[in-house]
Structure formats: structure tokens, C-alpha cells
Design a protein around this ligand. Structure first.
Ligand code: FAD
Length: 395
């Protein structure tokens, strides 16, 4: 078995690397470096999105006629590695990686024609309205109601933890349109206009100081029936399909390897005699990330064949999030006292405030705190283990 790139693949890697080097402005690089979670601010994310769109590299895995690149699996992997190396701002995944694939798989032609170009251009900025105050892990218990009134649904209810709801002009959400014996039945998948006067968003401030998620209230929000994806009461199947893309099917390992490399630089902050313990933990994590990398490559190849990652996405979600948390734990230990000052103004974009202490002291602790949520969002890791026990182990 030969585990080296061909000369064509090496040339492709050079091309991608040169593109990142040339296209990332100082401001975009700064935004990538100052990220304290998996999200970037809307404006900077859209600026980077436009550059990728102009280059034709925004949605490599989409079908070519909708903007995909037609790259091989290896090319997509090389792209992911180079992106991790360059650390650009993160693109919002809600439209590009979640709703887009769901519409491609389950949307009507009219929905594809209308929404896919607007996802690419950023004209529509989407949020995901699944969770409710009483329905998170038990998502099928959702209560947000959509009552049919002529050619509209009328929405009443509350969504919670909705990432970027305060910036989004559209939400894809799950609502209850019927009551049946199985709670999964009677759920519909709707596309909602966030500019409707009946929508209210209240940001939630997290322990890190960030307010990226919101509570969203619907009061008499009218949604045309043409905005349903899939059949009425059958939205659960659309959701299951979409969640596979949310949970896995990408390439987290290259970013994790970069994070380990970054944590290794923090070793310098310790006296030489104290470095060997944390260095060994980073070595151990690196081995685990390489093993994740192989599973990701296998899943990418499976996704290319079958069209969706399937239950492997649960396994990737658990491993990716737990490794990321373990790496950020080591980073916090290494940054030590330098991480104690709370200085959000120093990681706000466009700031002219100098950090107190080393630059990494500014972002390491907020990143660690935000990253506690990685084992909760997109379905908690306990729920992913339940899925594996049923869908893979047949328990
Ligand atoms: C940063 C962040 C961003 C988010 N973004 C979004 C978003 O954009 N859109 C959206 O819709 N939601 C979003 N969420 C919500 C997220 O999907 C839910 O928080 C998650 O599904 C867990 O639901 P819950 O918070 O209601 O916890 P609960 O469901 O109440 O769970 C509490 C605890 O019990 C455990 N548990 C529950 N049931 C079981 C079981 N059957 N077996 C074993 N253990 C169980 C859980 O693992 C968890 O540890 C986000 C959450 C966070 C933290």
C-alpha cells in the first residue's frame, strides 16, 4: 500500500496552499486566529465565503451543477488539510453544510432553484431551529405548533440555543403539525422568514462571555405552505438525513492536528523540567487523532459511494468533540496564569487593544469554555452512543 500523494495531488496541494496564502487578507487571518469557538462573526465569515465562491471552491461536495468542484476524495481531503493549516475564519455551516445538502436530497426543484444560489451568495444566512426548552435530546417531544390556515402555517412556540438566530434572516425548523402515536410522526420541516414581525430573538450569554446562541419566540408567524421540505408530518426523515451531515462526514482531524501543534508551542511557557508530562499527553492525543483521521477518510469514501455518512457520523462526532476537548484542556493547563485575565475586548475583531500577557492567553480559556459545548450540541455524545448501540451494534 502506498500512502503518498501522487505528483498531480502534490501540485493540487501547492495550488490550494498558494490560494490560501494569496487570498487571506490580514484581517481574515486575524479573525481566524482570534476565534474562540467554532463560529466566526457573520460579516467576516461572509467576506471569506465570497472569496471561496468567486474561486469556485465554496462547496466542494455539492453536485457540480449547483457549485460543487467535482474533486476526488483525496483532493477534498487535501483542501481540508490546507484550510486547517491556513486557519481562515469559519464559515457558517447552517446553509452550506446542513440545509444545502438536505435540500439537494429532499427539496423540491423550486426550493433548490430558489435557495441554493442564495445560500452560496450569503444573501440568506440560516439558523437551525430544532431544540426547545423541553425538547433537546428528546427532540421528538417538540411542541412548537404550526396550524394550517389556508395556504399558510401559523407558528406559535419557543426555540432555544439557536446559533446565530440574531443575525439570520432565515431559519429551517421543526414544528408540530399533527399528533400521532409515535411522536416522530406529526413533525414537519419548515423554512421560516426571521424578518416576520412575530419572531423575537433574545441572545443567551455563555460562561465564556460570548452570546452566540438565542432563545427565539414565535407568535403568530405565518409561513407559506410552499416552504415545507418533504411531506407534512414527515419532517423527521428530512431531519435525520440532515443531522448526519451536521454530526460528521467532514474532516476534523486536520484541524485537531493543527490544534495539537499549537498546544505544543505553549510548552515553551513552562520551565524545561516540567514539559515532559504535557508533551506525552499531546503525543498520546496525536496518535488518537491519526486514528480518527483514518476513520474520517473511510467515511468520506463511504459518503461518496452512498450519498450520506450514515451512523458513522455519530462515531465521528463523539471522537472529534472529545479529542478537541482533551486538546483544549492541555492548552489551558499550559497557558496557566496567563489565561486568567478576562479580556474579550482583546479578541473582538478590529480592536486596537493589546493583550495582557501572551497573545494566546486571550483566546485559550474562552475557547476551552465554549468547547465544553462540543459534546452537547448537534445531539449530546450520550445520545450519539445510544444511536451507535442501536444502529451499528444492533442492541
Ligand atoms: C453551543 C450550543 C449551540 C447549539 N446550537 C443549536 C442550534 O443552532 N440549533 C438547535 O436547534 N439547537 C442547538 N443547540 C442545542 C443542542 O442541540 C441541545 O443542547 C442538545 O441536543 C441537548 O439538549 P438539552 O440541552 O435539552 O439537554 P437534555 O436533553 O435535557 O440533556 C441533559 C443531559 O441528559 C443526557 N441525556 C438526555 N437523554 C438521554 C438519554 N436518552 N440517554 C442518555 N443520556 C441522556 C444528555 O446527554 C445531557 O447530558 C446548541 C447547544 C449548544 C450548547
Amino acid at each position: 500500500m502506498k500512502l503518498a500523494f501522487t505528483s498531480e495531488e502534490e501540485a493540487f496541494r501547492d495550488e490550494v496552499r498558494a490560494f490560501f496564502d494569496a487570498s487571506l487578507t490580514d484581517e481574515l487571518r486575524e479573525a481566524g486566529r482570534l476565534m474562540t469557538s467554532v463560529y466566526s462573526d457573520k460579516e467576516v465569515a461572509l467576506a471569506w465565503q465570497k472569496i471561496l465562491l468567486d474561486k469556485g471552491w465554496l462547496v466542494p461536495s455539492w453536485p457540480r451543477e449547483y457549485g460543487g468542484t467535482g474533486w476526488t476524495l483525496t483532493q477534498r481531503y487535501i483542501f481540508a488539510c490546507e484550510r486547517a493549516r491556513a486557519r481562515p475564519p469559519a464559515l457558517s455551516p447552517m446553509g452550506l453544510s446542513m440545509l444545502g445538502p438536505a435540500l439537494l436530497g429532499r427539496g423540491t426543484q423550486a426550493q433548490k432553484d430558489h435557495y441554493l444560489p442564495r445560500i452560496l451568495s450569503g444573501e440568506d444566512f440560516w439558523c437551525q431551529g430544532y431544540s426547545e426548552p423541553q425538547a433537546g435530546s428528546d427532540l421528538a417531544g417538540l411542541q412548537c405548533q404550526a396550524i394550517r390556515d389556508g395556504d399558510h402555517y401559523v407558528l406559535h412556540g419557543t426555540k432555544i440555543w439557536t446559533t446565530h438566530a440574531q443575525f439570520a434572516n432565515r431559519m429551517f425548523c421543526l414544528v408540530r403539525t399533527g399528533r400521532f402515536e409515535r411522536p416522530q410522526q406529526g413533525v414537519s420541516f419548515l423554512l421560516v422568514d426571521m424578518e416576520d414581525p412575530g419572531v423575537r430573538c433574545d441572545p443567551i450569554r455563555f460562561v465564556s462571555g460570548c452570546a452566540t446562541q438565542c432563545t427565539v419566540y414565535f407568535d403568530n408567524v405565518r409561513v407559506p405552505v410552499s416552504e415545507i421540505v418533504g411531506e407534512e408530518n414527515e419532517g423527521w426523515s428530512v431531519t435525520k438525513y440532515l443531522l448526519e451531515f451536521e454530526r460528521g462526514g467532514g474532516a476534523a482531524a486536520p484541524g485537531l492536528l493543527e490544534a495539537i501543534g499549537h498546544a505544543r508551542m505553549l510548552l515553551e511557557l513552562l520551565p524545561e523540567a516540567d514539559r515532559s508530562g504535557p508533551a506525552r499527553r499531546l503525543d498520546d492525543l496525536q496518535v488518537q487523532v491519526h486514528s480518527l483521521e483514518l476513520t474520517e477518510l473511510r467515511t468520506l469514501s463511504e459518503t461518496e459511494r452512498t450519498g450520506s455518512p450514515g451512523p458513522a457520523s455519530s462515531l465521528l462526532k463523539i471522537q472529534g468533540s472529545e479529542l478537541s476537548q482533551a486538546i483544549s484542556e492541555v492548552a489551558v493547563e499550559l497557558i496557566g496564569l496567563h489565561g486568567m485575565p478576562f479580556q474579550p475586548e482583546a479578541y473582538a475583531l478590529g480592536n486596537n487593544v493589546s493583550a495582557v500577557g501572551p497573545e494566546d492567553g486571550v483566546t485559550t480559556v474562552p475557547f476551552y469554555l465554549n468547547n465544553r459545548a462540543a459534546s452537547i450540541y448537534a445531539g449530546s455524545n450520550e445520545i450519539q452512543r445510544n444511536i451507535i448501540s442501536k444502529a451499528v451494534l444492533g442492541l
